[in-house]
Design a protein around this ligand. Sequence first.
Ligand SMILES: *Cc1c(COP(=O)(O)O)cnc(C)c1O
Length: 447
Amino acid sequence: MSSVIATGLLPRTAETRPGGLAVGGVLLTELARRFGTPLFVYDEEHLRQRCREAVAAFGPDGVAYASKAFLCTAMARLAHEEGLLLDVASGGELRVARHAGVPADRIVLHGNNKDEAELRTAITAGVRYVVVDSFDEMDRIERLHATEGLPPARVQLRVAPGVAAGAHEAIRTGGNDSKFGFGLAGGVAAAAVRRAAASPAMILEGVHAHVGSQVLDAAELAAGAAAVARFAAEVGARRLTVGGGLGVAYEAGQRAPSFADWAAGVRAAVRGAGWGGAVTVEPGRSIAAQAGLTLYRVGTIKRIEGVRTYVSVDGGMSDNLRPALYGSRYEVFLPRCPGAPRPLRARLVGKHCESGDVIVDDAALPADLRVSDVLATPVTGAYGYAMASNYNKLPRPAVVFVREGRARTVVRRETDEDLLRLDVAGPAELAAPGPVRSAGADTGAPR
Ligand SMILES: *Cc1c(COP(=O)(O)O)cnc(C)c1O
């Protein structure tokens, strides 16, 4: 592991100043002081540049931001402003996109088990298309059309191309053994095309596939695109969507293809497969991951002689589930001196009641690390806040966007009140200690 944090992992506006590392023109230690920790910090310029690079590579209307990677009102608005479509995978994500003012015809709806309410809302609002995943979903769309008079839905059909890619079983989605989509195998996808084309409730717009996530080899993504392009050409589809999946570097030494590399690989592959039409991609991680980082405060440093050192911070698996879920690896650095040598080896852990609550298993840190220091884990902008939970009743962190020396809260930190918001029982009356009266007993008091 290198002695200093690799700049390739940091947001693009990151710069070292006398007081430490700044992003968007604001010192990270200053952000921790002002907004508290744990804190998600996004470099707004970086987010916008990534959106523009994607549009430059795939063309206007060629990019849908996969909002599940990181969604809030500000992010939906940013992606829309930069010319991206928005891919939503539930009624809740649709709600946020609409709240942000994204027009319905800039939104596409995904999901392997959309319920009737989600379909009703999306079709009534007039989303650009619904990516239909199953025959049961077709039943629901036809029922809504026949019994409630909903207009015919524009649809793309999700195909399982029999090609899976990605860094972990849980994010490999394109294989034949998958909950997603109509299999190319056995003619299932072809039957789905026939049914959609003949249905008065559906307008068949295209074919869609998504083979996996965190793919660092552009050739793997191209192979997935080729498989579905061949099918799209055969059935005469109007449009082809090849999903997301472009990986990012999480650790020093990893390299990810650029959007231009991805576009070149996909274009060559789909042409080779006989597809001459337009292609849409759905990047999530590759838009948001490196723009974001998480700030934590060190609370406890435990040195176990001859074993290892544990550094505990004030967040953990409730704000970054990926290490526990996928064994994902991260790096960490000390924003007050980002260029310092990092000879201390330690396990960076959270504050949850689980031994698996690990953020960085084998972290390299400066020797003078002390309690109350602010630490930063880079590349947490995707599938971090999006997967955050209230485990152990930790309030979820705030999210701030930084740009040109200014920081603005886009999602506020949860409070203890938020943690009780859904509990129906009111606060306990703090009765004076004394004999307990049975709740059911008639005390004679007026009710
Ligand atoms: C998750 C997902 C994406 C985004 O994947 P990334 O790896 O984050 O780019 C795109 N399309 C679909 C259908 C997805 O399920």
